[in-house]
Design a protein around this ligand. Structure first.
Ligand code: AMP
Ligand code: ZN
Length: 512
């Protein structure tokens, strides 16, 4: 007898290393260890970055749902990430400090907090551990010394470099063997570099001028290379072999290849460090990949200012498979908001038919506690399911367990809501269980919570009420021209009027 509808179904996940979907097996039975490359905190996260963390959160929730305890580490990159993936650009943090005329540490603190705030607005679970690069400089120096002893490094004027010919299969994650990367593909070579793919482990400070962030090291004063921090922190907290390493697809070609090379040289072993390397695809807008360095990008705050609820963005992410490109537009997002309002509205109607039960609150409470296991609520939610209920959850599980096929799992929510053989209570229990994986807070959100007042709207709620009363009067007096003019004015100001036996209104997102 299994406890859950489909407890035995295994999770299959795409592994970028083999480019295949493989049955997931954690290193220890019911423990999964995940490392996710975190944000570089020189600016606000854009919604493309946030897509990366919605993906990781969904993965983590699925593992929890299937009975795994997850240890999840996300790093904060506050040093070392250069403007170019080569070693010749400038540190993004130093540049931001110059252009914003602020202390670099204040910049890091400000954008780290803003990032954490975005994650909580998206209902993402807090990682088990946040690890900040600058808190690990000594670990990085110790790691680099071991690399040096292994014979994989060489010293130049500009710092300590990793010789990528010293590991057997450099670049295998990118599926571009080292030889293929030599010719012309990479620009700005550093004088003296032995191979185009070699990279800085420690960047020595220029003789003139002082960096705000620099530390003494056996290779002179300077700062660590970006790739070093992820090898060091993942190994420190998760061990030299852990289960899953995640990041955006841009990391597959260079950053993660370099991490792997470091891991291999450090451990003197051919293993890459993580059993699964997983990458989300880009969120793009019409002008191409969204990127912080392009300057113009959308943040979660800018979407909220337009009246779009963060959970609509989460639903948009879930509606596309994480390995497909997601083309962003405000219109699509507004469509997802409508879809979410319908879902939440229908779920509230079901709630009216059911006496309040403790489990209705359980998912919310669990969501906001860090790293809690979902095993308890799932057992409660899925007690005594009917065969119809089990079938729905089985279907949902099957799609989610097939490399997080969220676009095919979501319709099971609608199917559950509209099923004619299930009572309201069973429907709600099934939805609550699915939502442990989807993280949409479906039972804790009311339709009215989703309608946010756009920031630039000049009208207050009481002015809207007054205009609506005028419109009612005009309609009663059959002055339709005036009634329509008021309706148009309200529409332009971001108000949606729902005519009907009991007319109502709500804020509507502004799509420009
Ligand atoms: P960064 O702050 O640039 O270091 O990026 C943080 C995370 O966002 C990394 O995992 C990146 O690979 C990922 N990322 C960057 N741009 C995008 C994008 N347009 N779409 C999806 N993920 C992205
Ligand atoms: Zn990383």
């Amino acid at each position: 007898m299994t406890e859950y509808a489909n407890e035995d179904a295994q999770i299959r996940l795409f592994n970028s290393m083999t480019r295949k979907i493989e049955t997931f097996k954690p290193i220890s039975d019911d423990q999964t260890r995940i490392y996710s490359c975190g944000p570089t905190v020189y600016n606000y996260a854009h919604i493309g970055n946030l897509r990366a963390y919605v993906f990781t959160d969904t993965l983590r929730r699925l593992l929890n749902w299937k009975g795994q305890t997850v240890t999840h580490v996300i790093n904060i990159t506050d040093v070392g990430h250069l403007t170019s993936d080569e070693d010749s650009g400038e540190d993004k943090m130093e540049l931001a400090s110059q252009s914003m005329e602020k202390d670099i540490w204040q910049i890091a603190e400000h954008f780290t907090q803003a990032f954490k705030n975005d994650l909580s607005q998206l209902n993402l679970l807090r990682p088990t551990l946040w690890s900040t690069a600058t808190d690990h400089i000594h670990d990085m120096i110790a790691f680099a010394k071991t690399l040096e002893r292994s014979g994989a490094t060489y010293i130049l004027e500009t710092g300590l470099y990793f010789d990528t010919t010293k590991v057997p299969d450099y670049g295998s994650l990118a599926l571009t063997p080292r030889e293929g990367q030599e010719e012309g593909a990479r620009v700005d070579p550093i004088a003296g570099k032995r191979n185009a793919t070699d990279f800085a482990i420690w960047r020595r400070s220029p003789a003139v001028g002082k960096r705000q962030m620099e530390w003494m090291s056996p290779w002179g004063p300077g700062a660590p290379g970006w790739h070093l921090e992820c090898s060091v922190m993942s190994m420190k907290y998760l061990g030299s072999r852990f289960d899953i390493h995640t990041g955006g697809i841009d990391h597959r070609e260079i950053h993660h290849c370099n991490e792997i090379a470091q891991n291999q040289a450090y451990t003197s072993h051919a293993h890459s460090g993580a059993n699964w390397w997983m990458h989300n695809n880009f969120l793009i807008d019409r002008s191409g990949k969204m990127s912080k360095s392009k300057g113009e990008f959308s943040t979660l705050t800018s979407l909220i200012a337009k009246g779009i609820h963060p959970l609509a963005f989460r639903l948009m992410c879930l509606s596309t498979h994480y390995r497909s490109e997601l083309e962003f537009s405000l219109e699509t997002l507004a469509g997802q908001l409508v879809r979410l309002k319908r879902l939440v509205g229908a779920i509230s109607m079901l709630g009216l038919e059911v006496e309040s039960k403790p489990w209705m609150r359980i998912p919310n409470e669990i969501r906001f506690s860090s790293g809690a296991s979902f095993t308890y609520p799932r057992t409660v939610l899925e007690q005594t399911l009917s065969p119809h209920g089990k079938k729905l959850l089985d279907g949902f599980d099957r799609e989610m367990s097939e490399d997080l096929m969220t676009p095919r799992a979501l319709p099971f929510l609608d199917e559950t809501i509209h099923h004619d053989k299930l009572n309201a209570e069973e429907k709600l229990r099934i939805i609550a269980s699915m939502d442990l994986v989807l993280g949409m807070n479906l039972l804790g959100t009311r339709r009215c919570d989703l309608a946010l007042r756009p920031k630039d709207v000049s009208l207050s709620a009481s002015e809207v009420e007054a205009l609506l009363a005028q419109r009612q009067q005009a309609r009663r007096a059959k002055d339709f021209a005036n009634a329509d003019a008021i309706r148009d004015r309200l529409h332009t100001a971001g108000v949606e009027i729902m005519d009907g036996p009991k007319p109502s209104w709500e804020w509507r997102p502004l799509l420009h």
